[in-house]
Ligand binder design. Structure first.
Ligand code: F6P
Length: 471
């Protein structure tokens, strides 16, 4: 069947997982991308092409919770070289300020090209004449150009969910020109922040030699490509409604109770990723206790670390480092029934997250670099009583919008300690002033507004492109 909207993302919104009993089931995939796209899919009755996790080769298209899903399989070698290798060992650290050292391997690149081609061919098969195809994220940056070659009739949008680095870093990539040309297959290339779009335009001018003016690239064949910022968001009303429910309200009280009803609860919820700054923030909290500024009777830090990319070496090392630190802090600072850190290595359904957000007095989001960070926005949406403090890294995209958070430089340990303490001690009036302003921002700029503005822009750009197709 041909579809008018095709979403192409590395992952499907559900993951195929094997239980201890050997049975396979579907589980919601981690990360912000899935939460953002799902409502768009529902609104446009689209089809979603993605990898279902694992190496199963014979999966058929299916429906899950009303969503039409088309699984694309990867072999063990492709997972190693495309997903763990080029996507998460090369591009991920390179695009996140080289927080870890990116590795450049020619076999990884070859497999990245091969897997991108498979996604492009599948999208070309599924799209109706003149359909819209929306390609997502850094794992699939070659798809727009490949798809354009196969199907010049399509309207193609690309959205990058992670940062796009400055030229000085991007230039390290041996395949920089191919990536830029891959993205230029789209009519519209969307980024989280205006700075990222500017980085892209500048690189296209310098490295590919195309003429550019403001946010437009002029290609030799007469086509134009627009690069602009579309800061992603969340289903703010949905989160608020969930936070208000009786079940979540009761669960939040039960969480506080289980933690021994401390005066204040600090909370961190992140994929276990080295870009997120989990280690440094726990150290900062630990130091506040050992300095005597906080006590374990008054405060506890709940850190949820969602398992992620567990076969990649950097991630395995990070887990070991964090868990050693948690053990040391609890051993040195905790008392019976009063640990300093309550650490959970697991992923939770949205209701449990909403309950944690409601239970927490200080939300701590301190990445070294982050495209947006939807956890910060989810916390704000769940603070229905306009209380609670958000401590937020300046280097998260969300800091552009959530100006009333306690903004911190995650590399500055003393600065981070001071902000944690200020947030802990803030008066209710001050908390309300800040939270009110942030809630207004999130309510007005939700995920629906994000998707609508991208789709509307794409329609306009696509129409321009069509004009150039006419004789
Ligand atoms: O938003 C960044 C992102 O890498 C998404 O592309 C991805 O779906 C999510 O984080 C989770 O990562 P992964 O798919 O590697 O588990």
């Amino acid at each position: 069947m041909a579809h008018d909207l095709v979403i192409v993302a590395n992952r499907l919104p559900v993951d195929r997982v094997k239980g201890p009993d050997g049975k396979t089931t579907w589980r919601r995939s981690p990360g912000g991308l899935v939460s953002a796209i799902e409502p768009v899919m529902r609104a446009h009755d689209g089809v979603w092409v993605g990898w279902p996790g694992g190496t199963e080769q014979r999966l058929k298209p299916f429906k899950d919770d009303g969503l039409a899903l088309v699984p694309l399989s990867m072999t063990a070698e492709e997972i190693e070289e495309h997903y763990e290798g080029f996507s998460n060992g090369t591009l991920w650290p390179l695009y996140h300020d080289v927080v870890a050292k990116p590795e450049f391997h020619r076999e990884w690149w070859d497999t990245y090209v091969k897997v991108n081609r498979r996604f492009a061919e599948k999208a070309a098969d599924l799209a109706a004449k003149g359909a819209t195809v929306w390609v997502h994220d850094y794992q699939l940056q070659l798809v727009p150009q490949m798809l354009r070659e196969l199907r010049p009739d399509l309207r193609i949008g690309f959205y990058l969910h992670i940062p796009f680095p400055p030229a000085e870093l991007f230039q390290q990539l041996p395949w920089r020109r191919q990536i830029l040309e891959g993205l230029l297959g789209a009519d519209l290339v969307g980024f989280q922040l205006p700075g990222a779009a500017q980085n892209f335009i500048r690189l296209v001018r310098q490295r590919v030699g195309h003429k550019t003016h403001r946010d437009l690239v002029y290609l030799p064949d007469g086509r134009t490509v627009r690069a602009a910022a579309f800061p992603i968001s969340i289903d703010a009303a949905g989160f608020q409604e969930m936070a208000e429910s009786e079940a979540v309200t009761e669960r939040a009280a039960a969480i506080r109770e289980a933690l021994g009803n401390p005066k204040k609860i600090f909370l961190g919820i992140d994929r276990l990723d080295y870009t997120k700054g989990i280690y440094a923030r726990l150290r900062a909290f630990g130091e506040l206790i050992s300095d005597g500024r906080l006590t374990v009777d008054d405060a506890v830090f709940v850190q949820v670390a969602v398992p992620s990319r567990e076969r990649v070496e950097h991630y395995r090392n990070l887990r070991d480092d964090i868990e050693r630190l948690v053990g040391r802090l609890n051993g040195d600072l905790g008392r019976i029934g009063r640990p300093a850190i309550s650490y959970l290595h697991t992923s939770y359904p949205r209701e449990e997250m909403a309950a944690l957000y409601r239970a927490a007095d200080v939300m701590v989001v301190t990445p070294y670099r982050d495209g947006m960070n939807l956890v910060a926005k989810e916390y704000v949406a769940c603070r229905i009583h306009e209380d609670g403090a958000l401590v937020l890294s300046e280097f998260a995209g969300a800091a552009d919008e959530l100006r009333q958070a306690w903004l911190v430089n995650p590399y500055d340990m003393n600065g981070m300690k001071a902000a944690l303490l200020e947030a802990y001690e803030a008066e209710p009036k001050e908390l309300a002033r800040r939270m009110k302003a942030m809630r207004k921002q999130i309510a007005q700029h939700d995920v629906k507004a994000w998707a609508d503005s991208f789709m509307t822009e794409l329609e306009d750009e696509g129409n321009n492109h069509r004009k150039t197709l006419r004789p």
